[in-house]
Write a protein that binds this ligand. Structure first.
Ligand SMILES: C[S@@+](CC[C@H](N)C(=O)[O-])C[C@H]1O[C@@H](n2cnc3c(N)ncnc32)[C@H](O)[C@@H]1O
Length: 295
């Protein structure tokens, strides 16, 4: 462990990783995680590395520190996601290079792409059509909806569900400030307990199903399929097996169920969806997949 600590300390002394050092730093995370996975080192030993550099890793003043600290009790909370969307950099000058490294990784870039993916889906509704209803499960910071609605009048009405009261409060205030409350209703609920009172043209969920094992994924999907209008669709984001950032994330205790297109197709089929109604797409990096189910 000493080798990694010395290496990171040296980087820190020189102002954090520069672009030409990203590959080497990425390799360090990779080798660390591979050894952890093989049982050659324990979670505690990995944690001790981060604790040896508290300024970077035991603080919410850096992206990686925030991920490790989990101030809301879980990885990928609305603050992390919002920081990813805005390309947030530490207010502390000497820590900025660590955040630049973070944002350069494929996974956060895929998260930014997934916001665009959702916005493009919303734009594919014909604006002159009758009012459309969209359910957003695990809505987080709602930046996608804010950006979509900011582009002009919309006939879309959103219901946003999240079980984190801070996420709901944050997003409610943001939507209110922008004057979009007529287009959005919030529900502070666990998605598994949420009882929709209508059917939707689109049910969207990104950044939630990849935290669910197969059994719970199927449970939530089966429930949601009952609330899609005929002609409507469910679109679910899930990280792909091809995620070059996986080792870095897992070193930061950020574990997801990565899935292949075939895994997603199999899950949908086993929920009773006919093969011709299922397709899997991805954002441009191929890191975030989207399971499409049409009704
Ligand atoms: C990674 S964030 C993604 C946010 C948003 N979909 C986006 O892509 O910008 C996941 C969100 O899902 C919420 N969440 C996780 N499990 C949930 C559950 N069972 N019910 C409701 N919300 C949940 C979390 O609180 C968090 O805000």
């Amino acid at each position: 462990m000493l080798r990694e600590i010395e290496y990171l300390k040296k980087l820190a002394e020189n102002g954090g990783p520069e672009e030409n050092q990203y590959e080497e730093l990425g390799e360090m995370y990779k080798s660390l995680n591979q050894r952890r996975k093989k049982g050659m080192i324990s979670e505690e030993e990995v944690m001790r590395i981060w604790q040896a550099l508290p300024d970077i890793y035991c603080t919410t003043d850096t992206m990686q520190g925030y991920v490790l600290m989990k101030p809301h009790g879980y990885s990928g909370d609305f603050v992390v996601i919002e920081r990813i969307y805005s390309g947030w950099l530490s207010p502390k000058q000497h820590l900025i290079n660590w955040d630049r490294f973070f944002h350069c990784q494929e996974a956060p870039r895929a998260v930014v792409n997934r916001k665009k993916y959702f916005i493009d889906l919303l734009r594919s509704f014909n604006p002159t059509d009758a009012k459309r209803e969209v359910l957003n499960i695990g809505c987080g910071p709602c930046q996608d909806i804010v950006e979509f609605l900011s582009a002009g009048d919309s006939q879309i009405f959103f219901e946003c569900v999240d079980y984190d009261k801070d996420a709901i409060e944050y997003s409610y205030n943001k939507i209110k400030e922008k004057g979009f409350l007529n287009n959005v209703e919030f529900f502070r609920e666990n998605a598994f307990k949420f009882k929709p009172s209508r059917e939707y043209d689109l049910i969207w969920s990104a950044g939630l199903f990849d935290y669910l094992d197969e059994k719970t994924f199927k449970m939530l999907l089966t429930k949601m399929l009952n609330f899609v209008k005929t002609g409507g669709k469910v679109v679910i984001g899930n990280f792909s097996l091809d995620n070059p950032t996986r080792d870095y994330m897992e070193c930061g205790n950020w574990f997801l169920y990565h899935r292949s297109p075939d895994d997603l197709i199999k899950i949908a089929s086993e929920c009773g969806v006919a093969p011709e109604k299922i397709s899997v797409k991805s954002e441009s990096l191929g890191v975030n997949l989207f399971l499409h189910i049409s009704r």
